[in-house]
Design a protein around this ligand. Structure first.
Ligand code: PLP
Length: 407
């Protein structure tokens, strides 16, 4: 059976299963560092690539391969590379694409360590970078140079949920001979497939929706052709940041429920976004499913659902943010996202606290900004929890940020 022809729902259950040569219904965990050769000739043939097979787990492993094939199929790519974390996936893209003298155009609103990796490590190697507001395609076009090798975007962006136009940015990048890499972590392959919109590379933090159970750190890069795959596989093999078989097994198990989880995240997300939008303590809500999202129309053309992550601004600013987070009981105070449990965080006092206020505001992280990753609990219970916590912040109204929406 060619699982690439299945619908996404059936793909979640069956994709990658051809890697399982045992009779086990579930892909076994090949918890081994190395694989036995039948003879020196066999070993030589494997190393020379004349014969297919496994040699050493850093270079490939059937449990990892099954999970990789499943994500590649869901993303409509050809191959995927399982990495030790989302950041290992980000680094694999940079290390595979960039050489001294190259230029990168990157989203200003991007996961913090991605920005820091470019600004510290890759800058040292002679790479120049322009961080622009990629939700404005003209800014991307304006930043492209003859030496631009890579355009790197995150859409929706972390944590402000801004969208970037994948199709237009891919076309602009290709015209200048650059490649487009998209971090698709927030929507997962269930709701968005950047490769079908012209992107060259897709990556994910598997830690989030794809695994979905907040018990694994992992990442993945998906590519479209054999040459890119061998180049990336060689970089990952040399740098060593591969996922291990047990984590790959857990992610592979998580993928089986990706579709039903994502639909529930989105259903709950819509209910909670509407509740928050109508609440007197909230200045605005940014969620791709709301018509009030400044790029709602763009979203309708490039994703099939809004996902489970939203941002909202409390009218009461910084103190209101702290009080809200100290008052929730069902929502968990934590910085990750994409798990079955609802997580809430206050970037100004947590993930972005180390930045100067000016830097924070440049990344559009305002004082009262809250990021909510909606889980799959009963939405009424979540609304009840947010209602009681918002009742406690009523004293802070007054510091309403200017304008209804900062985008
Ligand atoms: N990309 C995005 C959009 C993220 O939100 C994160 C982590 O939060 C990462 C990449 C990095 O993933 P990991 O924590 O698995 O290294």
């Amino acid at each position: 059976m060619n699982y690439k022809e299945l619908t996404p729902q059936s793909m979640c259950i069956h994709a990658g299963a051809s890697v399982n040569e045992s009779r086990a219904v579930v892909q076994p965990i090949y918890q081994t560092s190395a694989f036995r050769f039948d003879s020196t000739g066999h070993g030589a043939a494997l190393f020379a690539g004349r014969q297919e097979g496994y040699i050493y787990t850093r270079m490939g492993n059937p449990t990892i391969r099954g999970m990789e094939d499943a994500v590649a199929a869901l993303e409509k790519g050809k191959f995927a590379l399982g990495c030790a974390s989302g950041m290992a996936a980000v680094n694999t893209v940079f290390a595979a694409e960039l050489s001294a003298g190259d230029h990168v155009v990157c989203s200003q609103v991007v996961y913090g360590p991605t920005l820091t990796l470019l600004n510290t490590v890759y800058k040292r190697f002679g790479i120049t970078i322009d961080f622009v507001n990629t939700s404005d395609t003209d800014q991307v076009i304006g930043a492209l140079k003859p030496k631009t090798r890579l355009v790197y975007i995150e859409t929706p962006g972390n944590p402000t949920i801004e969208l970037s136009d994948i199709k237009k940015i891919a076309a602009a990048a290709h015209e200048k001979g650059a490649v487009l890499a998209v971090d698709n972590t927030f929507l997962s392959p269930w709701f968005q497939n950047p490769l079908t919109l012209g992107a060259d590379i897709v990556l994910h933090s598997l830690t989030k929706f794809i695994n979905g159970h907040a018990d694994v750190i992992g990442g993945i890069v998906v590519v479209k052709d054999d040459d890119t795959y061998s180049r990336y596989r060689s970089v990952l093999n040399q740098t060593g940041g591969v996922i291990d078989p047990f984590n790959a097994f857990l992610v592979y198990r998580g993928i089986k429920t990706l579709g039903i989880r994502m639909e529930k995240h989105a259903e709950n997300g819509m209910a909670i976004a509407r509740f928050l939008e109508a609440h007197p303590q909230i200045a605005w809500v940014r969620y791709p499913g709301l018509k009030s999202h400044p790029q709602y129309d763009l979203g309708q053309t490039q994703h099939s659902g809004p996902g489970g992550v939203m941002a909202f601004e409390l009218k009461g600013g910084f103190e209101a943010g702290e009080t809200l987070l100290n008052s929730v009981k069902l929502c968990t105070l934590a910085v990750s996202l994409g798990g079955v449990e609802t997580l809430i965080q206050h970037p100004a006092s947590m993930t972005h606290a180390s930045l100067e206020k000016e830097q924070r505001l440049a990344a559009r992280v305002t004082d009262g900004l809250i990021r909510l990753s909606v889980g799959i609990e009963f939405h009424g219970d979540l609304i009840a929890d947010l209602t009681q916590a918002l009742d406690r912040v009523s004293g802070y109204i007054g510091a309403v940020p200017k304008g209804k929406n900062i985008l």
